[in-house]
Ligand binder design. Structure first.
Ligand code: HAM
Length: 419
């Protein structure tokens, strides 16, 4: 690794990519606010137990991926690996009246110590939403439809909505036993992770990506068929809601997702433009309780990887074109012209004229400064030489048409407004 490279799995973000990120956030605000969601910003680190308790002690995220450290007071803190737990902590802190709902969206960096690959970063960014306080399946349908709406607004076509249910906690034990009975005889053929999961997290074996495990999982009992009436009815209503809203989805009976807080609905959206890490977004209904707090909050939400949204857009040829670094370049010839150029640049910016304005303070030759103006993509150049200084005028060059005029400084505004 070269000495100044960012750490593996992290990156520096430059324009024009930054513009794509800003656009993504703008579209998210625009769409989510139409559904009554407001923005929430929570800290990037939390007490470790906020995550461990809800994501689940046996999940890959908690077992292998969290950036956990002790602060100077000996507290265990963790850089947030996802947004939901912190958002729930914030909602619990603010309090929710009986029957009250909170609908929030958020953006920001998340941290997981995963092996970096295309679309898999150690610092990545999510745009997510959480709707807390409604236990209605119709809410799940609306939430998924909102995500589909958001993707359509971003021009991301060709994605698949995969849907499943984990049912209610009271169904869990019987299902876990049935899965254990099924997987146990295959234990020798399973990957190392799944051998461990046999005793810790047997559900997760259903969607293990290892080819041998996947083959075995194909024959596992369908969890939906082992669920009670209440879970199955809830799921049927989510499906009915999606149909009502015209959302196309596919049932994914072995998708259980990697976090333990889910109950009922789970879903993922995949996109073919992403390659191996094809999950654009994931979410579901959850129940979360915070350490030291007896209340349980139920909600539905999702998060989409912002890097992956941009990769999907790129695969469809939708990224922003490279932008110019400068629109108006002020060439100052000779030392006395430099402060005049400095002032002129300031006046243009104050007046909102000339877009990105840059004054050259280098005192180089005309040729050298014009070369810089070209390199930066400037569409207009203002030239201040000795003669112009003495007459309070400026040479104005339109770089697109190569037209050049000398104007009194007072007439610059019209020149900018004309072309
Ligand atoms: P998740 O499936 O772990 O869910 O992450 C959601 C999305 O974040 C993924 O679909 C993917 O696009 C992106 N993502 C995850 N890990 C990485 C990574 N290492 N590099 C790049 N992108 C990544 C959650 O985080 C839940 N909190 C979602 C949720 C909200 N469920 C309910 N509410």
């Amino acid at each position: 690794m070269a000495v100044n490279e960012p750490l593996p799995g992290t990156s520096d973000l430059w324009e024009p990519e930054v513009l794509d990120w800003i656009n993504l956030e703008k579209q998210a605000r625009n769409i989510f606010s139409r559904y009554g969601y407001t923005e929430l910003r929570t800290p990037i680190f939390e007490r470790t137990d906020v995550f461990v308790r809800n994501l689940g002690n046996e999940t890959d995220v908690v077992q292998k991926e969290m950036y956990t450290f002790q602060d100077r007071g000996g507290r265990s803190l963790t850089l947030r690996p996802e947004g939901t737990a912190g958002v729930m902590r914030a909602i619990a802190n603010k309090g929710l009246e009986q029957g009250e709902e909170a609908r929030v969206f958020y953006f920001g960096p998340m941290f997981r110590g995963e092996r970096p690959a295309a679309g898999r970063r150690r610092q990545f960014h999510q745009v997510g939403v959480e709707a807390v306080g409604s236990d209605s399946p119709w809410m799940d349908a609306e939430c998924i439809a909102m995500l589909v709406h958001f993707l359509a607004e971003l021009g991301i076509h060709g994605s698949r909505v995969l849907l499943n249910t984990r049912g209610l906690p009271e169904d869990r034990q019987a299902i876990s036993q049935a899965l254990l009975d099924y997987f146990q005889p295959h234990s020798n053929a399973l990957c190392e992770d799944c051998q461990r999961r046999l005793s810790t997290n047997v559900w997760r074996m259903l969607d293990c990506k290892n080819p041998a495990c996947h083959e075995i999982a194909l024959g596992a009992p369908q969890i939906l068929s082992l669920m009670g009436e209440a879970s199955r009815t809830f799921f049927a209503e989510v499906c009915a809601g999606l149909t009502e809203l015209g959302v196309e989805y596919e049932l994914a009976p072995r998708m259980v997702r990697g976090l333990d807080y889910y109950v009922h609905t789970v879903f993922e959206i995949t996109h073919p433009g992403l390659g191996a890490q094809d999950a654009l977004a994931g979410g579901g209904r959850y129940r979360i309780s915070l350490p030291g707090d007896k209340r349980t909050f139920e909600g539905i939400g999702f998060a989409a990887g912002m890097e992956r949204l941009l990769l999907a857009r790129e695969s469809l040829g939708l990224q922003s074109p490279p932008s110019n670094r400068t629109d108006t370049y002020i060439v100052s010839l000779g030392a006395p012209a430099i402060p005049v150029g400095l002032r002129l640049a300031g006046e243009l910016r104050q007046a909102g004229l000339g877009g990105r304005v840059k004054a050259d303070f280098s005192n180089r030759s005309l040729k050298a400064q014009m070369r810089s103006a070209n390199r930066e993509g400037a569409s207009r150049v203002l030239i201040l030489g000795e003669a112009e200084l003495s007459q309070s005028s400026v040479i104005c060059r339109n770089m697109t048409t190569s037209e050049q005029v000398t104007l009194p400084v007072g007439e610059l505004k019209n020149w900018f407004l004309q072309a």
